[in-house]
Design a protein around this ligand. Structure first.
Ligand code: GTP
Ligand code: MG
Length: 256
């Protein structure tokens, strides 16, 4: 049975995504309500944050603002991870080791992914995160299965005129992930043919993200493994009026 301490656990939102997307900038905003100059991260960092007003945690919709449980439910932890390609194990190990991740926020620079190489890098990273969630779901032995882990793609830097709009960010990422998926499958097949092992087909199935078949990938396919993917625009910092991340707060509120 659960102890009081276990039920009082503060939910953790895991921040992932390519280097330079704005993870640490958002972490600073959430923790201190202001932004400062950030430097590229080399280690993970956990901060404690409060959901700002007027957003209301989904778990508190029927509570009154004076209720201590209402105030408690506004608390959450943000786990900021380094986006550099060689340091992504800090983030991915959280998905395999820890069971306590409530949700994942994948932060990207919506202007940078207009470039092919940045899009590829982002798509590979997101593909690997989603595949890890899929494996967690399909390999779970408990009859209840693991909790559903929703993913927010936070399309950041919307203040830049070169930023792609939300809908296009979604399309581009789905296209990029389709390509990653195809490349990975071909590599596995070629490797498998060389080794002629017997478990090839099982591996290929396990490593294939989303539904089978040769069609293209879309985020809706993740529903089957208990994961919703939402793409919402925002900007953590901007020249004039400070950040605009209301849609992200609202998403966090819905999952708190
Ligand atoms: P790594 O730690 O390397 O993984 O990167 P990160 O995702 O933590 O990026 P970080 O928060 O350090 O932000 C990178 C740069 O983008 C910083 O110079 C930020 O000031 C800038 N930045 C963050 N958010 C925005 C935004 O909404 N608009 C603009 N124009 N710049 C932003
Ligand atoms: Mg950082």
């Amino acid at each position: 049975y659960r102890t009081a301490a276990a039920t009082a656990t503060v939910p953790t939102f895991l921040l992932v995504g390519p280097s330079g997307g704005g993870k640490t900038a958002f972490t600073t905003l959430a923790e201190r309500n202001t932004t400062t100059q950030t430097h590229t991260s080399t280690t993970p960092l956990t901060v404690s944050a409060l959901l700002p007003f007027p957003h209301v945690p989904a778990s508190s919709h029927y509570r009154s603002p004076g209720d201590p449980a209402f105030e408690r439910s506004r608390r959450f932890l943000l786990l900021d991870t380094p986006g550099h390609g060689k340091l992504r194990h800090h983030a991915t190990s959280q998905l395999t080791d820890a069971k306590s991740i409530k949700a994942i926020i994948f932060v990207i620079d919506a202007a940078a992914i207009a470039e092919e190489s940045s899009l590829n890098d982002a798509a590979e990273y997101l593909h690997d995160i989603l595949l890890a969630l899929q494996k967690r779901h399909t390999m779970a032995t408990s009859s209840k299965g693991p909790k559903e882990v929703p993913v927010l793609v936070a399309a950041n830097k919307m203040d830049l005129f070169t930023a792609l709009p939300e809908g296009l960010v979604k399309k581009q990422l789905e296209k990029g992930i389709s390509e990653v998926r195809g490349r990975r499958a071909r590599a596995l097949k070629d490797g498998g043919a060389a080794l002629s092992g017997r478990d090839d087909e099982v591996d290929e199935e396990r490593e294939w993200l989303g539904e089978g078949g040769e069609g293209s990938f879309d985020f809706g396919m993740m529903a089957e493994v208990g994961t919703t993917v939402d793409v919402l625009g925002g900007n953590v910092v901007s020249g004039k009026e400070g950040g605009e991340v209301g849609k992200w707060w609202e998403w966090i509120a819905e999952h708190l």
